[in-house]
Write a protein that binds this ligand. Structure first.
Ligand code: SF4
Ligand code: SF4
Length: 207
């Protein structure tokens, strides 16, 4: 009979000990989170309750690619450098412009040290992040540093389509194509005018 009550007592004691540990941990900062459902880099409320240190990725890590279109000359060198065809670039003519970086300095072509000139603009710049092996060959080949790795590595999604990074929107594409048509029309009009003037000159010379 004594053993029976002793077992009940032990049962209560161990339940109490277990619950006291669970109860105590409810009020201390957490060391683990349910990643990726809980992401402490985007969820501030959770981050405040987190006990560990966020290390992040090193600044020079080869993470998800990013493209600065204002520095891109549409030369397609990165597309050719990619060994597994992750990059697709389409382009059209644009007004000739010198490229400048964020602080207003001219962007130098890394290979020739000449100022980088833009004569074409991209109407499509897609990178298939699902296929990319993050080798860095495209970024190394780019003469203007327009394409570069970030230190981001998270792209969890259930859709393959969402892993195709599109850097040119449909509106930007339409605007660039319209501009290219205007440039072509202007050039054709100039050519026609010059030809007409030439004919008039020739006629004048004959008379
Ligand atoms: S990092 Fe490598 S695989 Fe990825 S797009 Fe650039 S060249 Fe291609
Ligand atoms: S190599 Fe650089 S400048 Fe040339 S198309 Fe690629 S991102 Fe643009």
């Amino acid at each position: 009979m004594g053993a029976y009550f002793q077992n009940i007592k032990n049962g209560f004691k161990s339940a109490f000990e277990g619950m006291s540990i669970s109860f105590a941990t409810m009020f201390v900062r957490k060391e683990t989170v349910q990643y990726p459902e809980v992401n402490i880099s985007t969820n501030k409320t959770i981050a405040e309750k987190y006990k560990g240190t966020l290390m992040g990725m090193p600044a020079n890590s080869r993470g998800i690619l990013d493209v600065n279109l204002s520095l891109c000359t549409a030369c397609q060198i990165c597309q050719k450098a990619c060994p597994i065809d992750c990059i697709v670039i389409d382009n059209v003519k644009c007004d000739k412009t010198k490229l400048e970086d964020e602080v207003g300095n001219p962007v130098l072509n890394r290979f020739t040290q000449k100022e980088a000139l833009k004569t074409r603009t991209v109407t499509r710049f897609d990178i298939n992040a699902a296929k990319c092996m993050y080798c860095g060959l495209c970024a190394m080949a780019c003469p203007t540093t327009a394409i570069r790795h970030t230190n981001r590595f998270e792209m969890n999604t259930e859709s393959q389509e969402a892993l195709i990074l599109k850097f040119v929107s449909e509106e930007e594409k339409a605007r660039a194509e319209k501009k290219a048509n205007d440039i072509e029309a202007e050039a054709a009009a100039k050519k026609a005018k010059a030809a007409k003037e030439e004919k008039v000159k020739e006629k004048g010379a004959e008379e």
